[in-house]
Design a protein around this ligand. Structure first.
Ligand code: ABU
Length: 378
């Protein structure tokens, strides 16, 4: 077995080593101030919580294992987390939550920036201990790569002060859209909060989605933690549940980004991309008009693709429009069935976490313009 080298600066350089999640013991967590957000009013998940049915866990694991095999067949090293029994209460001095969530989506928790892997604070109480599933791998990487930086963001307290309690009391989708467009989210600015999947890494620039799971203080913390990077705040009006950037704004290769046409990046925030000759295209429409049963995520997991290199991409097998669009863009597209895994925490990008991609920290945005930077542009 090869020794670990941690290194990844973006989502598109050649992938050589990755974590693929596991569905074992995944729970539907009980309602808490932050997760009411993720359960649409007409969802079949409203009011339900507890371990997910075993047959659905098995089906999800089959698809996750098949993804891992495909990657290994292409010479990519795959590691897997060690699930813990997620059907246990989370008890801290500040809150109690009756169950945890799972470890199918490593992308939500682990932020790899160069030689560092940072466990995010996480803004859901049910996800407070999720990083523990990756602890055995982190210890191994620490032992094998003397330059690996194993980091943990400040553990949040997640008291009621971290949320606008009652934010999701019965309001219409229109009211919800108005609130998110006005940057009024369930999380407050009480303490730094972010999920790793809200951070889009493009070399020296980190684009952070301001939404239900990431606040401005979280971005400020990231800017201080990564002083050589430029941290940007972006938001996407049109998304009533803005959680994680990877079904909204997805770089495909240097110079090309796919944007969810229902969640367009505002004009002011596009300037930095255009000033540096990046093209932003609309993603293809999803093939499905509803997510699978008991799924938190939207139909836009269609665009939650895993890029293997500048010419090769894995996309969900039934997403015919997305497959066709990627094909027309010149990619070799590898279709992988993955809808049974969606309810466990997302799509192909969510279900993976970068450990090693070839390439260095490039400056893709040498022309910095106002509009997104959280620090003034000099
Ligand atoms: N984790 C990405 C999910 C985003 C969405 O539901 O559209």
């Amino acid at each position: 077995m090869t020794k670990t080298v941690v290194n990844s600066w973006n989502d598109f350089d050649p992938l050589r080593h990755v974590i693929v999640g596991r569905a074992d013991f995944t729970c539907i967590p009980p309602t808490e101030p932050a997760t009411e957000a993720k359960i649409p009013e007409d969802s079949d998940m409203r009011g339900m919580w507890g371990p997910r049915p075993l047959d659905t866990v098995e089906k999800a694991n089959q698809q996750l294992d098949a993804l891992a095999s495909l990657l290994e067949d292409r010479g990519i090293r795959v590691d897997r987390p060690t699930p813990i029994q997620w059907n246990q209460a989370v008890i801290t001095p500040d809150f109690t939550n009756r169950s945890m969530f799972g470890c199918m989506p490593p992308r939500d928790v682990l932020l790899t920036v160069g030689k560092e892997i940072l466990s995010a604070p996480m803004s859901f109480r049910c996800r407070f201990w999720e990083y523990l599933a990756y602890h055995p791998l982190m210890q191994r990487y620490f032992d094998e790569d003397p330059a690996f930086r194993w980091e943990q963001a400040p553990r949040p307290r997640l008291t009621n002060a971290s949320y606008q309690v009652g934010y999701f009391d019965e309001i219409t989708i229109e009211e919800r859209l108005n609130r998110t467009a006005a940057l009024d989210f369930v999380t407050t600015e009480e303490e730094p909060l972010f999920d790793a999947a809200d951070v889009l890494r493009i070399g020296r620039d980190l684009f952070c989605q301001h939404g239900l799971t990431t606040n401005r203080r979280g971005m400020e913390w990231l800017q201080r933690h990564y002083p050589d990077h430029r941290v940007h705040a972006v938001n996407f009006p049109g998304d009533p549940y803005p959680i994680h950037i990877d079904a909204t704004f997805v770089p495909l290769r240097p110079g090309l980004i796919m944007n969810n046409p229902n969640r367009r990046l505002p004009e002011e925030q596009r300037k930095i991309f255009f000033a540096n000759d990046w093209e932003i295209i609309d993603a293809a429409q999803p093939a499905h008009d509803a997510p699978p049963p008991l799924c938190y995520s939207s139909v836009w997991l269609s665009m939650n693709v895993l890029i293997l290199d500048h010419k090769t991409v894995i996309a969900e097998a039934s997403e015919v429009h997305q497959l066709e669009q990627l094909d027309q863009l010149g990619f070799e597209v590898l279709p992988v069935p993955f809808r049974d895994a969606y309810p466990f925490g997302g799509g192909l990008h969510c279900a993976t976490g970068d450990i090693f991609r070839e390439g260095r920290c490039e400056d893709y945005f040498p022309v910095q313009v106002p509009g997104t930077r959280i620090r003034p542009v000099s």
